[in-house]
Design a protein around this ligand. Structure first.
Ligand SMILES: [Fe+2]
Ligand SMILES: [Fe+2]
Length: 269
């Protein structure tokens, strides 16, 4: 008998991929991560994939061709106009569900593999963020819409405030498989399975240059901070790392574990 239960599933979630260096880091590490971690699904936040801000259809195609199952986005979603139609036309690329309904794209999708259906929901925080509608009722609405359609749900809570992210973790505890935070680009040390069975982390971190300032060349970021003058930012390529989490789940909507995946990519330029 197959020891693997019907809903046994593992999900690799990769934090904000920043620029070409982030894409190359992800693509170069992915084969060995697949071999070592054997994820059933790979979900990637791609909001910084295009030169550090936004994503283009080409970037998205490249990620899907590499076998990424779902791309989530965030506040930089609409940086490139070419992506607007793509967001409407392609199911597995998500902008935050609590953006205005009039904005291009959609906020959740379902992907299936080996008889397991994974729902993915993208949300944006409201504190210090520009989402048009509140995140908490939208999370409930998305779950209602997915009811009966999914075995597991992963939520990407793209937010600035740690309070809003942990609040969303508690709000959804026991109702989804995982709530992972993104946007601040710095991995936090609080990965855990909450008492109701939801895997949670406040920020997954970023996949990109750790030698910069959340992705930006550090000398440019520092100049802006020190001089208080406008500076044109460029993406750093120094010290690329992949930051992610691996979530293992058993019964529907119940995580068994969440572990951080923090991998340097020294050969990548
Ligand atoms: Fe980001
Ligand atoms: Fe962001």
């Amino acid at each position: 008998m197959d020891a693997r239960k019907r809903h046994d599933v593992s999900i690799l979630f990769v934090g904000d991929v920043v620029g070409g260096i982030g894409r190359r880091t992800l693509l170069s590490l992915l084969p060995q991560l697949r071999e070592r971690l054997e994820p059933d699904f790979v979900v990637v936040n791609g909001e910084n994939a295009a030169g550090g801000l936004g994503i283009t259809p080409r970037n998205a195609d490249e990620l899907f061709e590499a076998g990424i199952d779902v791309i989530t986005l965030g506040n930089h979603t609409y940086r490139h106009r070419e992506i607007y139609r793509y967001l409407d036309a392609h199911e597995p690329i998500l902008r935050p569900a609590n953006f205005l309904r009039s904005q291009p794209g959609h906020g959740w999708c379902v992907v299936a593999r080996g008889g397991v259906r994974l729902g993915v929901i993208s949300l944006s925080g409201n504190l210090y963020m520009n989402a048009g509608r509140p995140a908490f009722p939208e999370a409930d609405a998305a779950l209602h819409a997915l009811k009966g359609e999914v075995d597991h749900v992963l939520v990407d809570m793209h937010a600035e405030a740690t309070s809003e992210k942990v609040g969303m973790g508690w709000h959804l505890d026991g109702r989804v498989t995982a709530v992972v935070g993104t946007h601040t680009h710095i991995a936090t040390a609080d990965a855990r399975v909450l008492p109701g069975g939801t895997a949670y982390i406040t920020d997954v971190g970023m996949t990109g240059p750790r030698g910069g300032v959340i992705g930006v060349k550090r000398e440019l970021a520092l100049e802006a901070m020190i001089t208080k003058m406008p500076i044109k930012f460029e993406t750093s390529t120094e010290d690329p790392w992949l930051n992610g989490v691996l979530i293992r789940a058993g019964e529907p909507m119940r995580a068994v574990s969440i572990e951080q995946v923090l991998e340097p990519a020294p050969g990548v330029r």
